[in-house]
Design a protein around this ligand. Structure first.
Ligand code: NAP
Length: 409
């Protein structure tokens, strides 16, 4: 095994680091934002003073994650308790257009938060059936797209990005003055020359982008936890757009929310998923696995040394405690080698990441996404490619290895 744990030492390191991290947070600039101040009348004096007084308290605050960048405003769920959300949105109807991964997660969370939400999808399509299975009732809170938009005050465009562009000419005239237009991706308005999605001038346009799959948006909410999301304002007609965006972020199930712009959101999101989150990591797994196999290692060994140990042992440590902790929790042999090789990988990969960022920024990735995902047979084409992945040796081996986990027996 390449990475033996030195748990007791690592634990003491973790305690030290936890203390350091608390200290770092407390040195960050904390202030009550304009937004929080405007919400103050809804809260008791005691609650308001509790929120700015003790260090480490939860709620809206400014934190210097990096001294070079300066303070960033973050919002936490504690700042928007469910009763406050219900009061804030008491006159609103959320019209959730589209019921894919995000529609499912955000819609059910809004519903569980006691807010007035309806779903709008194509009648008898895949999503219509999925919505019924989740308890949405036709004629009560499940409608066809047009009717849902008419009934809604906050129109949440959660169609696939390609469908947002395709349906825009039909949907746009229904987004009338007084409504709010909501996205979970900056894609459509930022690349408007390609998507043709130009929001009307007389509505607030806001964004809440959960940093994860809609399935996770739902599962974390059910566990009493929350997904991290970014929020942004494209257009503020009422002067309330930012406040509404933050409140919606919490209402759909976010735990912690950070500020961005539509452009920054779409650039970082398209880049991240093509890079370390999905495309890059898959490329790295394949390259490592293939070299091991070409040098005579068994499938079992190649898979365990490439994927299983990463996902089951090491990546969760990075997620919980950080990269330095993970290094520190492994043998000195593993640590020395990883520290030596990491700069080589970085140097080799950085030009690829530069190329990727440019491809995102220039709209190349958007063009590719729109043209492919608008094909009538895009689902079958995706399925063909996923089937090829499913049948790669590495992932066939993975299926068998997962069965051997004691909890799967
Ligand atoms: N999935 C994620 O992990 C994730 C994370 C953060 C943000 N986002 C963003 O959230 C938004 C929604 O993404 P998603 O992944 O939840 O959606 P999705 O699964 O890609 O889209 C599904 C919805 O689009 C509908 N649709 C597709 N083509 C249509 C058409 N021509 N006319 C009408 N409806 C059509 C589908 O209805 P039918 O079933 O009837 O086809 C379905 O309800 C996107 O902007 C995405 O970028 C997604």
């Amino acid at each position: 095994m390449s990475s033996r744990m030195i748990i007791s030492r690592a634990n003491s390191q973790f305690m030290r680091r936890a203390a350091l991290s608390t200290a770092a947070r407390t040195t960050g600039v904390r202030s009550m934002s304009v937004l929080a101040k405007s919400a103050a009348p809804l809260m008791s004096q005691q609650a308001a003073s509790r929120r700015i007084a003790p260090l480490g308290s939860r709620g809206v605050k400014q934190i210097s994650f990096s001294a070079e960048f300066g303070p960033e405003t973050v919002h936490e769920r504690a700042d928007w308790p469910v009763a406050k959300l219900q009061q804030y949105f008491k006159d609103d109807t959320f019209a959730l257009i589209g019921y894919g991964s995000q529609g499912h997660g955000q819609g059910l969370n809004l519903r569980d938060n006691g807010l007035n939400v309806i779903v709008g999808v194509r009648k008898d399509g895949h999503s219509w059936k999925a919505a019924i299975e989740d308890g949405w009732v036709p004629g009560k809170n499940l409608f066809e797209v047009d009717e849902a938009i008419e009934r809604g005050t906050i129109v949440m465009d959660l169609l696939s990005d390609a469908a947002q562009s395709e349906t825009w000419p039909h949907i746009a005239p229904k987004i009338t003055k007084g409504k709010t237009l909501y996205f979970s991706h900056g894609f459509s308005p930022v690349f408007k020359e390609l998507t043709k999605v130009t929001p009307p001038k007389d509505v607030d346009v806001i964004l809440v982008a959960p940093k994860g799959s809609g399935r996770t948006v739902r599962s974390l909410f059910k566990e009493g936890r929350g997904i991290n999301s970014s929020y942004a304002v494209w257009q503020d007609v009422t002067g309330k757009a930012e406040e509404k965006a933050v409140a919606m972020a919490i209402a759909v199930g976010s735990g912690y929310v950070y500020e961005t712009t539509f452009a920054k959101e779409v650039h970082s999101d398209l880049y991240g998923e093509r890079g370390a989150l999905m495309g890059g990591i898959h490329g790295m797994f394949l390259a490592q696995y293939e070299v091991l196999r070409e040098h005579g290692h068994s499938p079992s060994e190649a898979f365990n040394e490439t994927v299983e140990e990463a996902t089951q042992s090491l990546y969760p440590l990075i997620g919980s405690y950080g990269m330095d902790y993970m290094y520190d929790a492994c043998s000195t042999t593993a640590r020395r080698g990883a520290l030596d090789w990491s700069p080589k990988f970085k140097a080799a990969l950085k030009p690829v990441f530069e190329e990727l960022y440019k491809s995102v920024e220039t709209g190349e990735e958007t063009k590719r996404s729109l043209s492919f995902n608008s094909l009538p047979n895009y689902r079958e084409k995706f399925e063909k490619e996923l089937d090829e992945i499913r049948n790669l040796e590495i992932w066939r081996v993975g299926k068998e290895v997962r069965k051997l986990r004691p909890e799967n027996q």
